[in-house]
Write a protein that binds this ligand. Structure first.
Ligand SMILES: Cc1cc2nc3c(=O)[nH]c(=O)nc-3n(C[C@H](O)[C@H](O)[C@H](O)COP(=O)(O)O)c2cc1C
Length: 458
């Protein structure tokens, strides 16, 4: 590679605190290690990722099993369709304590928790792991999550983002309410612990949330955790552009990727922030083999692990509708489409790609390819082939890095770290060493200074 960006590609591992990767068939993979309920499982992956100089290990999260299909959890339980969901934070802590440079990110929803609580958890984690934490801000997906949290119905899509704006204002407000030099800890006689004038009450009164403060955790080694966001609908993009420091965006093809990348960067600029400082990364499934034939065989084998039940169970989960009420070829009415309160980005894409204003469940399966590895682009081949495809996207202004999903665990990450990372490093597009100690340093984000007044502009 002669021209283009150098050593700046961001690599993130797509992790799940559950029985499978985000590929539900992965738990059936014979090379998977089924100790997913043990800390060792996650610690082993963390060490692999750090050896591979990954910037971040990132956990997604949901507050329910995918049990909307037929209003029954039996399918998800029987076939292990993302049926286990642990709280990611203890796993993140274990991984963070076993590493020294790897960033550790996790998802927490704004719809079912209190902002003070989330602010405290993530700031505490950031201290415990030396300034390497990130929070993925999501608004959740469905009624099952609502019911598990004591709420009758999942709130409307755009309303969730309006509430989330207040939520994030409070979290950042609390995080910045201790000035950087507030803590003194002068142990001499008469010495003060902290400067009272440098610890502020937030006194936030919003439409949906109130929070007074003062916050109970001082600033962390990186100031505050990094904010991740992945909104992709119109409202979601505005939200991501306002808050995201790292933005995840799902695309299927390179032209789509280029278009959405531009849209997101423009939205960041329109929000008054510097687009160069917001990194955008799509999820991809790399499948690497010593030869193309080996890689193709691995792909075919991974594909064979999907079950027919997986797709509609997982589509129901993200769209918040019960597909069991339809035949596979029944058109879905406008009112139902309009009332889907889950992810709008998937619904809109199915309408667009199928060319039907009333797509059928089969269209949802075919276009989204949910529950298979083809839900995201599959980069398959030798290490050079996989690196070529990654470089094409990265140099082609389609992304700033990748969220690497695994066909099985821990092997998917191990093969990538062993075979593809050295190739990317040899080409000069990916770091050979970490730049610093904190996640902000490693992502090239400027220091985040708190003067007691919340700011989020850079
Ligand atoms: C890589 C990636 C990870 C995501 N992780 C989660 C998650 O853990 N929980 C969640 O509720 N949503 C998650 N989402 C969904 C997004 O937050 C968002 O809802 C989705 O991209 C659709 O955009 P919209 O909300 O604007 O319709 C994720 C999206 C992507 C691309």
């Amino acid at each position: 590679m002669a021209e283009g960006r150098r050593a700046d590609m961001v690599l993130i591992a797509f992790m799940q605190a559950q029985n499978c990767t985000n590929y539900p068939g992965s738990w059936r993979h014979p090379q998977g290690i089924p100790d997913f309920l043990s800390a060792e499982h996650y610690v082993r992956i963390a060490r692999t990722l750090e050896e591979g100089k990954f910037h971040l290990a990132f956990f997604d999260d949901r507050l329910a099993m995918p049990d909307i299909f037929g209003n029954d959890h039996r399918l998800a339980v029987q076939w292990g369709i993302r049926s286990v969901k642990m709280d990611p934070v203890p796993l993140m802590t274990a991984m963070g304590l076993a590493t020294t440079r790897l960033g550790i990110g996790g998802t927490c929803t704004t719809t079912y928790f209190e902002p003070f609580d989330v602010a405290r958890t993530f700031m505490t984690l950031d201290h415990m792991i030396g300034g390497r934490a990130a929070w993925n801000v999501v608004t959740s997906m469905n009624d099952s999550e609502a019911r598990n949290m004591g709420v009758a119905e999942h709130p409307d899509h755009d309303l969730r983002y309006d509430r989330a704006d207040e939520f994030v204002e409070i979290v950042l407000g609390h995080w910045q309410s201790w000035e950087d030099d507030a803590l003194v800890v002068d142990t001499r006689p008469g010495g003060v612990f902290a400067q009272p004038d440098k610890v502020h009450r937030l006194d936030y009164r919003g439409r949906w949330y109130n929070s007074r403060g003062p916050f109970t955790v001082p600033r962390s080694p990186q100031g505050q955790p990094v904010i991740i966001q992945a909104g992709q609908s119109g409202r979601g993009i505005r939200f991501a552009a306002r808050w995201g420091e790292l933005v995840f965006a799902s695309y299927k093809t390179l032209p789509q990727a280029r278009a959405l990348y531009r849209t997101l960067k423009d939205a960041v600029a329109a929000a008054g922030r510097n687009p160069d400082l917001v990194r955008i990364a799509p999820p991809v499934y790399p499948i690497v083999g010593e030869t193309r034939a080996i890689a193709e065989e691995k792909r075919a084998f991974a594909d064979s692990l999907a079950r027919p039940e997986d797709a509609l169970a997982l589509l129901g989960e993200v769209l918040n509708i019960d597909f069991a009420q339809y035949g596979l070829d029944d058109p879905i009415g406008e009112a139902v489409l309009a009332n889907m309160t889950g992810q709008h980005a998937i619904r809109d894409r199915v309408v667009q790609v199928s060319g039907k204003s009333n797509p059928t469940p089969r269209d949802f399966i075919d276009v989204s390819r949910r529950g298979t590895i083809h839900e995201a682009p599959v980069f398959c081949g030798t290490p050079a082939d996989v690196a070529d495809q990654m470089e094409e996207w990265y140099q082609g202004e389609a992304c700033d890095g990748f969220v690497v999903a695994a066909t099985h665990r821990p092997g998917g990450y191990e093969e990538f770290a062993r075979l593809v990372v050295p190739e990317l490093q040899r080409r000069g597009v990916f770091q050979k060493e970490y730049r610093g100690r904190t996640l902000r340093e490693n992502l090239g984000l400027p220091p985040c200074v708190a003067r007691g007044r919340p700011t989020m502009r850079h």
